[in-house]
Ligand binder design. Structure first.
Ligand SMILES: [Fe+2]
Length: 254
């Protein structure tokens, strides 16, 4: 099969001239094939990898969903998908390092795993505390959230909340985001949230988080290979640039 990204020069570094931002590490991407609502097949994963490389990314943390009843991804299954992707990237000479983690859904299952000391898919820099990427439902704060934060902190794992800007319970209560931050939660905002074309509330929320210096990581949350225009658009926004100038932890993972 011929891949179209080689002909889509308008979306690539080759025509854009340089990476679209200073960010070299993506910490949130649904790039592994066949595991969740991201890449369905390995071909899609490869096209997504090329999008990331074109955007200037050299390392990606693959974060498939783990959610009871929806995405029951076991560790061996995730590891197998990663191995397939790494092998194919190598075969195609695409230079992108792939680390393995997950995007855990906050609920009873995760709380149980944390409290029982079960192995978890975290990421980070050797010698430093690892991060666990987690998401919640959109509307209400889950009842397990505080206990989960405490359990992770006790295990020396940093709770990293994915896309806080999407949660209505935080959009309506910024103070709660500050409280979570004080409890030890770090925040990963989505790259595309800065362009604001879909939801102005979301854009406003991430801008406020930047104002309060509460953003630790940005992630593409990539789900398909058609998102380059949004990545370019978002990266050109003033608040995106401000966020990268203030200092993110992404590039520590290089
Ligand atoms: Fe995600």
């Amino acid at each position: 099969m011929t891949f179209s990204f080689f002909s889509r020069k308008s979306n690539s570094v080759a025509s854009y001239g340089k990476p679209i931002s200073s960010i070299r590490v993506d910490v949130h991407a649904h790039i592994l094939p066949g595991l969740d609502n991201g890449a369905p097949l390995l071909d899609n994963s490869i096209r997504m990898a090329q999008v990331l490389v074109d955007a200037g990314i050299t390392r990606v943390v693959a974060t498939p969903h783990i959610m009871k009843g929806y995405y029951e991804n076991s560790l061996p299954r995730i590891q197998q998908a990663k191995a397939e992707l790494v092998e194919e990237l190598k075969r195609r000479k695409i230079t992108l390092v792939v680390d393995l983690a997950a995007e855990y859904y906050v609920g009873e299952e995760l709380l149980h795993q944390v409290n029982e000391g079960e192995p978890l898919l975290t990421f980070g820099v050797r010698g430093k505390k690892p991060y666990l990427l987690m998401e919640t439902g959109i509307l209400e704060e889950p009842k397990e959230l505080e206990a989960l934060i405490q359990g992770l902190v006790k295990r020396n794992i940093v709770p990293l909340l994915a896309h806080p800007e999407r949660y209505v319970y935080l959009q309506n209560n910024f103070e709660r985001a500050i409280e979570l931050f004080r409890m030890g939660v770090l925040f990963q905002v989505d790259w595309q949230s800065f362009h604001g074309r879909e939801d102005r509330h979301i854009q406003k929320f991430v801008e406020r988080m930047v104002d309060y210096r509460m953003v630790s990581f940005v992630g593409t949350n990539l789900r398909n290979e058609d998102q380059m225009p949004q990545l370019i658009d978002a990266a050109s926004q003033p608040y995106f640039r401000l966020m990268t100038e203030i200092g993110l932890l992404n590039n520590e993972l290089r």
